[in-house]
Design a protein around this ligand. Sequence first.
Ligand SMILES: [Fe+2]
Length: 251
Amino acid sequence: MRTILAAITERKQAFAELPFFAFLRDESLDPEQRLAFYPCMAHWVMSFADLNKYFFRAESAGDMHQERVNVYSHEDDDHWQLYIEDFQTLGFHRMFDGTDWLRFLWSERTRANRMLSYRIARLITGATSVQRLAIIEALEEAANVFFAHTLPLAERMQERTGVELRYLGHFHYNLEADHTGAGDHESLAEIELDDATRRRTLEMIGEVFDLFEDWAEEMLRFTESQLSSRASVYMQAAPPAAPPHARAASM
Ligand SMILES: [Fe+2]
C-alpha cells in the first residue's frame, strides 16, 4: 500500500494548489465573502452520512480492514448536523425559499457536488475492504486541505462577531484530528497488495481526486458568481456620483 499512500500525497499536494484554495487564502476579501461557497457543498456534506452508513459500513464483515472501515464510518456520520448549524449561523437558510432550494441543489451549478456523492458511492460498492481504506485515506486528505483553509476564516469570524462556526472551525477540526481515519500511515503502508489490486486501487485514488478537482472548480465558480451578484447589488445601492463641483472641491 506504500505506493498508494505516495500517490495520495502527490494528488493531495496538487489539489492544494488549485485556484479555489488560493481564493480562500485571499486576504483582500472578507471572510464572509470567501465563505460564500458554503451552500454549494450541501449535497456532498449531507450525502456523506449515507455513504458512511449504507456504503462504507458492513457490520458483519469479520475482516480486520473492514472493521477499521466500520469504526471510521461511525466517526463521521453525524457531522452534517454541524454543517446545518453553520448554515443557519451564516444566514444561508434565507438564500432561497421552498422548492427553489430543491432546484438549486439539483441544478447544473451544483452538479460536481452531486457527482462526488454518487461516484464515490459507486467506487465504494466495487471496493474491497483494503481499497475502502485507501478511499478513506484519500477523502481524509482532501478534507484536510479544505478544513485547513476554512479554519482561519472561522477564527476571523469569531474574533469579529463572537460567533463560533463549529463545522468550519476548531470544533470539527479537532474531532477530525482525533479520528483514527483509515489508520496510521505505517500500518497502512505495510498492507501487501498484488499488482492487479495495486493498479486498480491507484485508479480509484485517481478518480477520487479527479472528482475533488471538479468539485473545487465548481465551488470557485459558484462563489465567484455569488460575489459578482452581490457586487452588482451593492453597485445598484451605491449613492449617485457626486456632481463635478463637489468632486473638484474634495481634491
Ligand atoms: Fe467530519
